[in-house]
Design a protein around this ligand. Structure first.
Ligand code: ADP
Ligand code: MG
Length: 476
């Protein structure tokens, strides 16, 4: 009985699978769909022109022998290529081309648009007429490693980044994916890696691009029929940094092209650095085949900075700008703003601006006023650090004792109040609150909350404490 296209292709795949590595197989053969078989001509559908070119260039011998094995020596292969829509209609169309085995038949001309054959590479960053010889890395010079303060919150990502900078594509961190919430330093760190590589390996072509810009360039390339130039340009890069790849979500065509560029770079030992505002598992709208590639290397997260790191970041910034402000003001800022470094810097800048505009000295009072206006409007969450500080100030205790394991009665009470208010005023889990209040577990925090409720019902003095503290927090 004659086999149908699916069966033939199935057998071809089995043969191919045994002859190449798994990654290449998954990348280049799984996406192919058998379309039909007629008179020993097998038609297969490939997702893009680029895909077709790639297969013809790299896998044609293997593919041919697989097909011959199935259909005999007279067999032929025809590609059906899914084309990008360039005429403004949304339906993808396909074109059919016979396999030409480029290597042996260099001069067979296809009925393809001319840019397939035209190899000239255009740089999408360069405005026509303003030709530049070297590719500008688009890096921002301020975002260096030197300025990137190290803390527990970023240690893994920072040291992985540093390792990559020392030895691009030479570590197992390829791609290096840096992820974390808004304003936690992803762009800064990715930039720092790029700058460091340029310094240590001046021969490498480094390019920083936001996913948004990449997408715009791609759309532009489609519009101008220069898709191949676009791909070729990106394939020239030794170190490609793409910022905020969550932007690719639900943009299938862009993901497709990025997938190809990614594969090309990775296969040619080029370094890829990506950032995202969420972990790969949470990136909905990004295709599985891309997500699984992100996992090939290292995903390192940036977390919210600890108090000491926030203080160090502010101090570093002031030092760089040659400005001095009192320590208690720095601490106040660092206590008040905990979830976003950009906001923290913003508060500092607006404090400096206010003081110079109103010719007022920078003081704690000015800082408090400013924070009230500056931060309150942006629905800020109080930090556990801040709650602890307020409670400690109120009882005139040292914050270290609150975080210690001591069982002294007055400290236990303050600690329980800090836990209670942390539960009330933040979104932190019981476990997280416990961890930050003397390494207690969630049951202890729960118990603390109950105790505070009970005591404020039964103990007058205690109720005053709670009310006083509530007032302090509500005034923030
Ligand atoms: P993201 O890209 O994650 O939103 P950015 O990289 O833009 O965040 O960082 C926001 C601001 O915080 C920048 O001005 C950056 O310089 C600063 N910043 C972030 N992390 C650090 C750090 N560890 N040390 C010093 N500055 C930092
Ligand atoms: Mg960013």
């Amino acid at each position: 009985m004659k086999k149908n296209a699916n069966e033939v292709w199935e057998s071809c795949l089995n043969y191919i699978k045994d002859n190449i590595n798994k990654e290449s197989f998954n990348t280049w053969f799984i996406p192919i769909k058998p379309i039909k078989i007629k008179d020993k001509v097998l038609t297969i559908q490939v997702p893009s022109k680029f895909f077709y070119e790639w297969i013809e260039e790299h896998y044609i011998d293997l593919l041919k022998s697989a097909v011959r094995k199935e259909l005999g020596s007279e067999s032929k292969l025809v590609y059906s290529i899914m084309m990008e829509n360039t005429n403004g209609n949304n339906v993808p169309y396909t074109i059919k081309v016979p396999s030409i085995n480029k290597k042996n038949n260099q001069n067979i001309n296809l009925n393809l648009p001319p840019e397939v054959i035209n190899e000239e590479i255009k740089n999408p960053f360069i405005v026509p007429g303003l030709q530049k010889l070297k590719i500008d890395s688009q890096l921002s010079l301020n975002y260096t490693f030197e300025n990137f303060i190290e803390g527990d919150c970023n240690r893994l990502a920072r040291s992985a980044g540093y390792a990559v900078a020392e030895n691009p594509a030479g570590t197992s961190f390829n791609p290096l994916l840096i992820y974390g919430g808004v304003g936690l330093g992803k762009t800064h760190l990715a930039n720092a890696i790029g700058l460091e590589i340029k310094q240590k390996h001046p021969e490498k072509t480094v390019l920083y691009v936001s996913a948004e810009k990449f997408t715009q360039q791609f759309i532009e390339a489609i519009r101008n029929n220069t898709r191949n130039d676009f791909v070729h340009f990106y394939q020239l890069i030794d170190v490609l940094i793409i910022d905020d790849i969550q932007f690719f979500a639900a943009k299938e065509k862009t993901q497709d092209i990025f997938f190809h560029i990614f594969n090309h770079l990775h296969q040619h030992n080029k370094q890829i650095i990506l950032t995202s505002d969420r972990a790969p598992v949470d990136m909905s709208g990004v295709e599985q085949r891309l997500l699984s590639r992100f996992m090939w290397g290292l995903s390192a997260d940036l977390q919210q900075p600890e108090l000491e790191t926030r203080i160090a970041i502010l101090k570093n910034k002031l030092y760089k700008d040659g400005i001095e402000i009192p320590n208690d003001v720095i601490e106040y800022l660092a206590y008040s703003i905990s979830t976003n470094i950009r906001e923290l810097e913003g508060a500092l800048i607006s404090l400096l601006a206010q003081s110079s505009l109103n010719k007022k000295e920078i003081s704690l009072t000015l800082a408090k006023n400013m924070i009230d206006r500056f931060v309150k409007s942006t629905t800020r969450e109080v930090s556990i650090d801040y709650i602890q500080k307020v409670v400690c100030d109120y009882f005139d205790l040292n914050i270290d004792s609150l975080k210690s394991k001591t069982r002294k009665r007055n400290i236990v009470q303050a600690r329980q109040l800090a836990m209670y208010f942390s539960k009330q005023l933040t979104k932190s889990s019981l476990a997280n609150i416990g961890a930050q209040c003397g390494e207690k577990d969630h049951a202890t925090v729960l118990h603390a909350c109950k105790t505070v409720n009970n005591l404020s019902d039964t103990d007058k003095t205690f109720r005053v404490y709670v009310e006083d503290l509530e007032k302090k927090f509500s005034m923030m």
